[in-house]
Design a protein. Structure first.
Length: 381
């Protein structure tokens, strides 16, 4: 307890300590049941601690005066709008009567809130695209820390939480929430993670949030999607090409078979031509023999001699036609042989093309799979 004559010394000490205590402090001197002197730090105040305000009997300070002993009590947010710890020290006169109290109010900060100003500036700069850290109490944003690369001016200290805010939902669900937000709300895609903070009694008292931009991840995901779509189109085109190559290969086989058949027919024509030549030679001999017999017969065989001469002429014509037929069939055979050689090369090429198309298709399928993995990686960034 404090002796009445020592009050001025306490006030002097309080003036000195007000801005030295981390987190801030409010000192209040109560005479009977009324504040007669108040000293608050620059960073922490309580509106109720005002000279002239009267205290009710159920307050910590009045209980300390009545009981003549030092009392300490944690005050919930519902009383002063913030969580505080109150220490009330009775002031005793010369008759050992409690005539007032020196009351000290300290903010009851969660350890994370107490250390926020120390760790937040460091943590915010540890992300490649920057980060924005914030803490909220149960109704509004209490602390913020932007990075050099990224800030959210739309969420200042004092911002009142509404039902659409992740911090609001974390407070009411008492569960951490991590969400990706598209550009429609804040102008760019974001990833927001928010976690509930509890006091010693397992009551939620605040939230800690971190916001990171997702421009690179979204761009990477879009590129991956475009790549995958393009690869699918290329794969389909190559598959169609492979199918066409297979059809060409089949047609080339049929064409090669037809060319070989034509070569065989040409050989048969040459055989027939040779047979015609033999007949022509025999016919010529027959015509010669007939002419000889007609000459022996004299005038009686003159008509027969004319017929024999015509037979020799037809034989000569037939014989002269055979080389032309052979020449033409040889040309056909040569051309068909050249076509057969080209057809064989085309057959080999189409077969190689089909095999190459299958290899390319397999490679593109592998790249498409890698593109899908790339998209999944982008989602985790």
């Amino acid at each position: 307890m404090i002796a009445l004559e020592g009050i001025e010394s306490c006030k002097t000490l309080a003036e000195f300590l007000a801005n030295l205590i981390p987190g801030g402090v409010v000192f209040g001197l109560v005479d009977k049941n009324e504040f007669v002197w108040v000293k608050a730090s620059d960073t922490f105040t309580i509106d109720f601690f005002t000279v002239g305000n009267k205290l009710s009997d159920d307050t910590t300070t009045m209980c300390a005066i009545h009981e003549k002993k030092v009392l300490t009590q944690d005050i919930p947010r519902t009383v002063y709008g913030k969580r505080v710890s109150i220490v009330s020290i009775p002031v005793i006169d010369d008759n050992s009567e409690a005539v007032g109290a020196l009351t000290i109010a300290l903010p009851k900060l969660h350890p994370v809130a107490a250390a926020f100003e120390d760790f937040a500036p460091i943590l915010a700069e540890m992300f490649h695209e920057g980060a924005f850290l914030y803490m909220s109490d149960l109704t509004k944003i209490a602390y913020t820390q932007p990075s050099e690369k990224f800030d959210m001016p739309s969420i200042p200290v004092g911002y009142e939480l509404d039902k659409t805010d992740i911090a609001y939902r974390v407070i009411h669900s008492k569960q951490p929430i991590i969400e990706e937000i598209d550009a429609s709300r804040y102008g760019e895609p974001l990833n927001i993670a928010n976690y509930p903070l509890y006091d010693d009694n397992e009551n939620i008292v605040a939230t800690l949030g971190i916001v990171t931009p997702k421009k690179t991840a979204v761009t990477l995901r879009e590129m991956s999607g475009n790549l995958e779509s393009s690869l699918e189109g290329i794969a389909a085109a190559i598959q169609q090409l492979a199918t066409s190559a297979t059809v060409i290969h089949s047609n080339e086989e049929i064409l090669n078979s037809d060319i070989n058949e034509i070569i065989n027919i040409s050989e048969q024509i040459n055989e027939i031509s040779a047979f015609i030549k033999e007949i022509a030679d025999e016919t010529k001999m027959l015509g010669l023999n007939a002419a000889i017999e007609a000459a022996r017969a004299g005038d009686a065989g003159r008509g027969f001699g004319v017929v024999a001469e015509e037979i020799r002429k037809l034989s000569a014509q037939s014989k002269s036609t055979v080389p032309k037929i052979k020449q033409l069939t040889d040309i056909i055979k040569q051309k068909v042989s050249e076509a057969s050689e080209k057809s064989t090369r085309s057959l080999d090429a189409s077969q190689g093309q089909a095999a190459a198309s299958e290899e390319i298709t397999a490679s593109i399928e592998e790249i498409t799979s890698m593109s899908g993995e790339l998209s999944n990686i982008a989602k985790t960034l």
